[in-house]
Design a protein around this ligand. Sequence first.
Ligand SMILES: [Zn+2]
Ligand SMILES: [Zn+2]
Length: 325
Amino acid sequence: MNVIYPLAVPKGRRLCCEVCEAPAERVCAACTVTYYCGVVHQKADWHSVHEKICQLLIPLRTSMPFYNSEEERQHGLQQLQQRQKHLIEFCYMVAQKYLFEGKYEDAVPAALHSLRFRMAMHGLSSVELVPAYLLLAEASLGLGQIVQAEEYLSQAQWTVLKSTDCNNATYSLLHRNLGLLYMAKGNYEEARYHLANDVSEIWHKYLNDHYQVLSQARIQQLDLLGKPFVNDTGLDEAQEAEAIQILTSILNFRESTPDKSPQKTAFVLKTLTMLYYQMMNSSKAQEYAMRALTLAKDQQLTVQEQNSIQELLSLISAEEDRPIS
Ligand SMILES: [Zn+2]
Ligand SMILES: [Zn+2]
């Protein structure tokens, strides 16, 4: 870590801490454009993300150089926006990685950066802010800061309500976090609402469309690209992780409370089966399909329901028998 100096605040300029926005007392000696209320927040930020972006912040936070022409000025502006975009994504990724590792404390400064860069670029009410609010909510929940989590979630919810374009993964993430929040507060009715079937239906519909094409191709031993199938969900890694997390959250919730509609639980199990099948994870797919089948038999679900699960199972085992070339 770099040597830090007490900060002499220029007259008339109020500088804020990068982490808590309290009046600043120190500056990062390496970039000289990042301020902190004290050594605790400076260390926290350095450890989380500042070490990785310290030098990248300099051009963003120093005043624009003098340009000779309008063309040069435009080019400079464009470059600045590119940098900002890169930082939004980078900080988001870093925060997400900490969350996956259960390092909630470390996730906070990185997530805050992603949020502030998003605000600077897209304004205060853009749906682009939602993923960052959700990261912060999840980190707060992990830290047991329920009130804080609730604040971030209501910001996210409000922004989503006002917007018309919000994708599956974001919508699902919002409901999972709200579900977890209400579970933490012991409000199972609200939790039930947010971990309800309409969220799994979104994934089911998406996966089912893919599944139809895939299963046909596989039955006919067709190879769409002339080589063995690889990951076929059409989702990126983070979206796959989100689908798994929301579906298992819904499943755990259904299984931990008295189940009045086993066919809905079977539906979630089948959606998880399709997801793992498309992710080429046969053993997981088989596990969920078997659980669905056992449930369908124990609860005496319709023959049609049992047959559809059988069909899934035979597809998975056909996949397992295929030699890997
Ligand atoms: Zn601070
Ligand atoms: Zn710095």
